[in-house]
Design a protein around this ligand. Sequence first.
Ligand code: NDP
Length: 310
Amino acid sequence: MTLTVLFAASDANWQDYAAPLRAALADAGIDATLTREADPAGVDYIVYAPSSPVQDFAPFTRCKAVLSLWAGVERIVGNPTLTQPLCRMVDPALTEGMVEWVVGHALRHHLGMDRHIVNPGRVWDPTCPPLARERPVAMLGMGELGTACARALAALNFPVTGWSRTPKDVAGIPCLSGEAGLEQALCGAAIVVTLLPRTPETENTLDARRLALLPQGAVILNPGRGALIDDAALLAALDAGRVGHATLDVFRVEPLPQDHPFWTHPRVTVTPHIAADTRAPSASRVIVENIRRAEAGEPLLNRVDRQRGY
Ligand code: NDP
């Protein structure tokens, strides 16, 4: 029987994904029609992005899984009409991109590159940066992305401490959990990376009290979600010098409003939610592997736990 796969995402997503998804379905030997419109009662799988016109999943009575093109699922996970299994995106190319963004921005601050890139006064300042081994990093979130970034930074000799909801055993990287673990990780961190999902529990993970635990001048990199940080507390910590610089890729409102103080703060770098993008060729294979699994009666990969919210 021919499966019906509904592509419920934006026109731009369709431009990127139609051909790679069809190719991946063909490569996997799956007989399927990939379509942007279908009778909901006849749909077997939904490929979803937050831009989707589909917000009511109740009529999709035959649908066996909703397959997200995004790693972060906070905009769908609480949808009360969604009773079908939900899978988030874990894409090797997205992970690669995130590692590059995190390592690049960590090295920018570690090496003090700004002083030399913009130096209108032609100041000959031979101050050498410390070695990476002298610059502790706290990685908040040790999932797919956080663990890959932690390993990449540890390979450059940064002493990385991981922090996650449940305890982890990662070779060469001490991992903490719980409130005491978070406080311990922050107390020693010269660089903090936030790669947590947005859930009610992670909202304002970096609030005024926890920001005050950081050593003076610590750098924050946030490619996770804007809500992980209390904006006002961060601005106050930047003004006080507690935080030396914040490089932010994600915001509570996106695009970041023109009048938001992050745009003009001298010690904030704004990147426009480009830390890591899902890449259609590899992500299509991930989507199709889950369709293959569901049809073969095998467990789905990257299934979201509704209770946890990620
Ligand atoms: P994962 O689900 O693989 O990992 C999430 C990590 O966060 C896990 O280690 C988890 O702990 C931890 N965590 C969750 N809740 C808590 C909590 N309450 N306290 C402590 N730790 C917690 O997600 P990914 O690594 O794939 O992605 C992380 C986030 O990155 C996404 O949710 C998304 O928001 C963001 N992202 C941003 C992109 C960008 O371009 N800026 C691109 C892609 C993703 P545990 O291991 O114990 O479950």
